[in-house]
Design a protein around this ligand. Sequence first.
Ligand code: NI
Length: 218
Amino acid sequence: MAILKIARMGHPILRGVAGEVPDPTALEIAKLIDDMYETMVDAEGQGLAAPQVHVPLRLVIFRMPLPLPDDGDGGGDEDARRRRPLRVLINPVIEPVGGEMETGWEGCLSLPDLRGKVPRYSNIRYSALTPEGGTIEAEAEGMHARVVQHECDHLDGFLYPQRMEDLSTLMFESESKYSRAAAEDGDGGEEDEYDEDEDEAVGEDEAYDEEAELDRAS
Ligand code: NI
C-alpha cells in the first residue's frame, strides 16, 4: 500500500470527467482502492474519489456515516468512528428521490482547511459496481446522501464551492468558531426576546455538529 498525493483545487485533474472503470475486479483496481484507503486514513478524511489522487476513473470510497453509539459524552468515541464500514462505489449512478434539498457544512481534502455550506438532495438512490464484481443498490438520506453526492461530484469535475449558493459561508476551519459563536448568540445576542431566533440558532448549532462528523469530507 502507498499514500498517494492528493490533488488540490486548481489542478486540472479535478475539473475533468472521469472515465468508467472497465473491469472492477482487475488487480490494479484492488491496489488503487487499497492505496486510496491508506491515503484517506492518513489525511483523516471521510471519503476520497479517484481523480483526487490523479486517477481519472469513476471510483469513490467513503466511510458509511452511521450513527455512533453514544459514549455518554454527547457523541461516539474515536475508535467507533474509525470502525465505520468502508463503502467502495465503482461507476456509480445517482438519482434524486423527491426534490427536497438541505444545506449543510462540507469540507474536502482537495481544499485543505476550508469548509462551506452546500445544498444537496436530502434523499437519493444510487447504484454502483463493487470490487467483488457485484452490484450495490442503496437509498440514502442526510449525511450518507451528502457524502455520496460530494464524492460523485468529483467524478464529473465539480468541487463543492461550485455547488454553493452563499459563498460568504466559505471559510477556513480555524475561523468557523465565529459562526458557531454567532449561532449560539443568535442575532446580536438579545436574550430570550425572539424565540424564533433561538430556534434558528439551535438549527445552526446542529448543522455545525453534523459538519464535525463530516470533517474534511473528501
Ligand atoms: Ni472532496
